[in-house]
Design a protein around this ligand. Structure first.
Ligand code: PRP
Length: 220
């Protein structure tokens, strides 16, 4: 078993859509480890020469590991970060993992105005962001938290609308849903634990600068 080592830099990477580009980005700045795979059953992957360890976690857990300092650095989508409300430094917009958070409704039952959906049910993975958005519109809604396949909500009568991310738009089209409100643009962010940023400043500062250069060169 890998031992937790305080002088190591611990990097949390999310499983799923952001994993391979995140691993690739760190590789470009010379930070890598053998057998990096999101399918790995090994939960901590270390490079003892570099004194670095990667932890590969469920996407929604990345901000938690970073806030509590179990990871010094993490990569996460802006949507998950904002929803979590976790207190971390957000140091870089990495520019990949681009999508948008929006409200969508069944095309056949589209109402004339956004306000016509006030007091209806919204299925979403993002109840906090959704609530802030609707509050800004002066709308009170009922939020139904789902963890995946959000588009199913209005199809089976669980909700009148959804708030979810759209990347290519295929899922909306295939389920006869139409976007009616844009809530925010989303992309991957580099986050850092507040204490680590002070205690491991030189290492983290160098990594942030190296990552910036890779991003500016357009290699990712
Ligand atoms: C996300 C999102 C949409 C879909 C949008 O789901 O929740 O369902 O991708 O992508 P598209 O616009 O390219 O069709 P994900 O694949 O992460 O799975 P999930 O439904 O289980 O959350």
């Amino acid at each position: 078993m890998e031992k937790y080592t305080a002088d190591y830099l611990t990097i949390a990477l999310p499983k799923g859509k952001l994993f391979s580009l995140s691993a690739c980005l760190f590789e470009k700045v010379g930070i890598t480890a053998e057998h990096m795979s999101e399918k790995s059953r090994k939960l901590v992957i270390s490079n003892h020469d570099l004194k670095v360890q990667f932890i590969i976690t469920k996407t929604s857990d990345v901000p938690t590991y970073v806030e509590y300092g179990a990871a010094d650095i993490g990569i996460i989508g802006k949507d998950v970060l904002l929803e979590s409300g976790q207190d971390v430094y957000e140091l870089l917009d990495l520019g990949f993992g681009k999508c948008r958070l929006m409200m969508a409704v069944p095309r056949e039952e589209k109402r004339a105005h956004l306000m016509d959906y006030a007091h209806t049910r919204v299925a979403t993975k993002y109840p906090n962001i959704a609530e802030q958005f609707f509050a800004r519109q002066g709308m009170q809604m009922e939020y139904i938290k789902l963890n995946g396949s959000i588009e199913l909500g209005p199809i089976v009568g669980l909700s009148e609308s959804i708030v979810d991310i759209v990347e290519t738009g295929t899922t909306l089209v295939e389920n006869d849903l139409e976007e009616i409100a844009h809530i925010m643009d989303v992309s991957a962010r580099l986050i850092v634990n507040r204490v680590s940023f002070k205690l491991k400043f030189d290492r983290i500062y160098k990594i942030v600068n190296d990552l910036k250069q890779v991003l500016e060169s357009g290699e990712i």
